[in-house]
Design a protein around this ligand. Structure first.
Ligand SMILES: Nc1ncnc2c1ncn2[C@@H]1O[C@H](COP(=O)(O)OP(=O)(O)O)[C@@H](O)[C@H]1O
Ligand SMILES: [Mg+2]
Length: 548
């Protein structure tokens, strides 16, 4: 074969055979002899590759590139956090710039740095939060003042180390924690309970240590643990992994450690919607516990009013900036000022529009109400866009060109009308309370106990009995008084798991999600706590469920 002519005599490289077997093999010998410059341009490449020195170079380069790639691949494989590490390094640099002081961070602290918020970056303040007046006042006095560093010291004036916010989702727990950080001018280290144990499994201890060392370096700092139940649930369940247990124990030890003068202005804030799942030792460390329940009518009015006022302010800013025409956008004055509006569906005679809407939104959380306002505002905007497209289509039709997406000429542009109470009322049809949606969904998944024959009747009777027992046990005391008893008594002997879970759900709906200060927390044993299924029934409150 011609290929053999082109194969350099000295070469034992496997690559060379392939290179030489070109279509023009017969001409190859002359190419090899001729100087490269004399050869046609298209033949220069094969000639280059067939010379033994160049071949050697190419192989070396390929080998080097391969080695570099392999090392990179291997290091990525060996270091599962490499992407996070890269991001964290950039974050740490940013953090340094934002802090105005340079911190020496170890690698785990650097990984965490991406979860730190500077108070200047937090846009929400306590005043933006609707309702929750008592919680906000208490937080201002008991948490904000000490965090700002009051200076007064006495052994009985210990600053609080832990604040627990519990209640249904979307009621403003995260918002509250962020607002406290902003107002206390504190860094905000945001951690999610479930990620500590999943994302960091195996390194959870190092991670936990880094949480506290970083917070101490950033001091004053709030360590906010969202879904704290996922991380600090009752310990010692049969299925509990040793690594999980040790991470929890370490967390608590370090938490106690911030009692020392160093780290004196570090606070752990936790949020959960399943407080009964928390370990007793954890509950004890949360010196302040606040129920952040579903808003009552006045609180709902407050939340709606805040959301609409903010919209009004933003529209004014857009008008002033020239993005909106004068007089465009904004919110109907009667709605903002809670005055009666003619023809508002469901409103009583003489009733203010906000009050009527607040009355119509029973069961809506703060997040649902914000969503209602957003939906209404969006509808007004969509209406303008639709009119714009219609105009453009009409204009284009007249001109004979079909480009409906083209904006109409200025001056003829449709106006953005005001957001009216009727828009909010219409949005209520679309946005339903999320807890109600969730419980309807749950009922569909686990068919109602009442429909389930004997078992169902038992469960219904048990629910009634337990409700009565709970009412007696809790009274108007609320969670604080329930203390360490919460969570005990799960799955007591003779208690069947399914009706109990169902019962817990029923109780949860009837008690936890009820509004007002009198709502006690059910121990809701066995209801979705990690490793909490075999409680001892020791707590007085647990007994109510355990024996039902
Ligand atoms: N009390 C409230 N006042 C004003 N807005 C609220 C309130 N509660 C919830 N929201 C709105 O719902 C969103 C989600 O609230 P969030 O604090 O994350 O709830 P949680 O942490 O309790 O689940 C907030 O960003 C805010 O827009
Ligand atoms: Mg939250």
């Amino acid at each position: 074969m011609g290929a053999e002519f082109s194969k350099p005599a000295s070469s034992d490289c496997a690559l060379s055979g392939g290179q030489g077997s070109t279509a023009a093999a017969a001409a190859a010998p002359s190419v090899a002899r001729a100087p490269a410059a004399a050869a046609p341009a298209s033949w220069a490449l094969p000639a280059y590759f067939t010379s033994s020195a160049s071949m050697y170079d190419a192989v070396t380069v390929l080998t080097l590139v391969g080695t570099v790639l392999a090392i990179q691949g291997l290091s990525t494989y060996l270091d599962p956090y490499s992407a996070q590490r890269k991001q964290a390094k950039a974050q740490a640099k940013l953090l340094r710039e934002r802090l105005g002081r340079s911190l020496v961070l170890n690698e785990f602290e650097q990984l965490l740095a991406s979860s730190v918020l500077n108070p200047r970056e937090i846009s929400v303040s306590l005043d933006d939060i609707g309702g929750l007046a008592n919680v906000k006042r208490d937080l201002r006095l008991r948490v904000l003042r000490p965090l700002r560093g009051g200076g007064l010291r006495a052994s009985l004036w210990r600053p609080v180390r832990g604040v627990l916010l519990y209640g249904p989702p979307g009621t403003g727990k995260t918002m509250l924690a962020k607002a406290v950080a902003r107002e206390a001018d504190c860094f905000f280290l945001n951690i999610t309970g479930s990620t500590v144990l999943s994302k960091w499994f195996g390194d959870a201890n190092k991670f936990v240590r880094a949480i506290f060392t970083l917070a101490t370096k950033l001091e004053p700092c709030i360590i906010f643990v969202d879904e704290v139940d996922a991380f600090l649930a009752q310990r010692g369940g049969a299925s509990e992994h040793e690594a999980t247990l040790s991470a929890k124990t370490e967390f608590m030890q370090l938490w106690d450690g911030i009692e020392s003068p160093r780290g004196a202005r570090v606070l752990v804030m936790g949020a959960t919607n399943r407080p009964w799942c928390l370990d007793e030792a954890v509950l004890r460390r949360f010196g302040l516990q606040y129920e952040v329940g579903l808003p009552g009518p006045d609180q709902r009015r407050d939340i709606l009013s805040k959301a609409l006022s903010r919209h009004e302010d933003e529209m004014r800013a857009l008008r002033e900036g020239g993005a909106l025409a004068p007089g465009d956008g904004g919110v109907e004055a009667a709605l903002l000022r809670d005055r009666p509006v003619d023809g508002l569906r469901g409103a009583r005679p003489g009733e203010g529009a906000l009050t009527a809407l607040a009355r119509a939104t029973e069961g809506y959380s703060g997040s649902d109400l914000t969503e209602v306002c957003a939906q209404a505002a969006q509808d007004v905007l969509a209406e303008m866009w639709a009119a714009e497209e219609e105009e453009a289509a009409a204009g284009a039709g007249a001109a004979g060109a079909g480009r409906p997406e083209q904006a109409p000429p200025p001056g003829r542009a449709p106006r953005l009308r005001q957001l009216r109470a009727a828009d909010v009322a219409a949005a209520l049809e679309l946005v339903k309370p999320s807890t109600a949606r969730a419980s309807r969904y749950r009922n569909r998944l686990a068919p109602d106990a009442a429909g389930g024959g004997d078992d169902g009747q038992q469960a219904a009777a048990a629910a009634a009995a337990a409700s009565a027992a709970l009412a007696a046990a809790f009274g108007p005391a609320g969670f604080g008084a329930a203390g360490g008893g919460a969570g005990g008594g799960a799955g007591g002997p003779g208690g069947s798991q399914v009706p109990l879970a169902r019962l817990a759900a029923l109780l949860q709906e009837s008690a936890l999600f009820a509004e007002g200060p009198g709502s006690g927390l059910p121990p809701a044993a066995g209801y979705g706590c990690n490793g909490g299924g075999n409680g001892s029934g020791a707590g007085g409150n647990g007994a109510g469920v355990g024996t039902a």
